[in-house]
Design a protein around this ligand. Sequence first.
Ligand code: 5AD
Ligand code: SF4
Length: 456
Amino acid sequence: MSETPTTRRVYLETFGCQMNDYDTARMMRLLETAGYEKVELPKDADLILVNTCSVRDKAEQKALSRLGRLKSLRRTRPGILLGVTGCFAQREGEKFLRRMPYIDLILGTGAIERLPEHIRALECGRGPIVDIDLEPTPSPVTDFGRHLPGKGSSVAAFLTIMRGCDNYCAYCVVPYVRGPERSRPPDDILREARGLITQGAHELTLLGQNVNSYGRGLGDEIDFPRLLTMVHDLDGLTRLRFTTSHPKDLSDRLIDAFAKLPKLAPHLHLPVQAGSNQVLARMNRGYTVEQYLARVDALRAARPGIAVTTDILVGFPGETDDDFRQTCDLVESVRYSNAFSFRYSVRPGTAAAKWPDDVPDEQKIERLINLQARQQRITRELHREMVGGRVEVLVEREQTEPGLPRWSGKSGCYREVHFAGDDIGLGDMVTVEVERAFANHLEGRAAPTAPPVQRQ
Ligand code: 5AD
Ligand code: SF4
């Protein structure tokens, strides 16, 4: 009689960016095919994977403390396997084992598809295993099964179109931990996009560290605006987004796509990082403030009302009070719909790591608070200006708590909207009349639909 294979259980935890959310979903899918099911608590798992981020020191410290706490599970569940994946795993490699000898698997960013074979080896008692080879293996699995890659939504999914980065911004660890830029062939992307739509995705977000340079190395036939149009035209897709864009590669054709492609959401995340030309040059960003502002103007001309969001770094080596004042001026003049600002954190191996980290911590914090207060004020003002107007919302969640608006989702301009309405379902695109503005969301009700035209 053959033995019935027992289902094994995996707990996955993700730190960091959307690329990591996508990679976690891929790992989950690979493990599902290998007989694993997902559990919500580490104590219920036979395998625990922590997908890590290295973009700032704080992200690495968080992962370390999490792994430290997970160690104690070893006492109650001796056979449990513990793995570290993602950027920090890639950066540290073997060194992780010196810090934490109880870890069974160190899996780098290019090794995701090899996860099942490593797990099989570990289950046979081999280990620990370190795989930080950036050379990807073709995937044995081409779909995502039940779990759409993303932030847990059943109607919006992420789709990675390229990996790595060749830009070498002076502060950034990404090129070292995600390797050189590699674009996925368009056929692969379209097949995956169709599959995600069949599984229920109404919205897709195309992901890459610098999507604007998509297609380099794939020949003249394909570039990002062409890929965007191909995905846009797929039947069953309601809304399309992409992130992240590098301002230096934001072409006129891509800006034109915002005018021409109606499903493309009116939102662009365009990280500026700093508002001083001297700082931008030292960061190796490849554009000036003037060039950046001209791109924003062109975008707003192509799609009036488009929301622009950004990332800003404060306290980069050598940043003076005057440099910082220029960043504040830029924030005031662009009026971003949202800005994510960060304190500079030295990343080993990067160009800026050779320079003194000379902005004192108190000053970095002071600048961050100043910038965030400005942005909160601007976001509040923009939200208030939207009261009385209408936004298009993709319905992503149904609220079960009484007294709260029943439906929630994101507007095209990437604002969280809660609203009331009848005859609505998840995945619907609903026009919402905005009635109230809050710091982080809008509230309203579904606009009455026009009565059908009576024909004689
Ligand atoms: N320190 C702080 N923030 C950083 N970022 C990238 N590298 C660093 C660093 N060394 C920020 C940038 C980037 C965002 C994802 O993280 O603003 O756009
Ligand atoms: Fe890092 Fe610059 Fe590449 Fe963005 S573009 S991932 S900031 S090196």
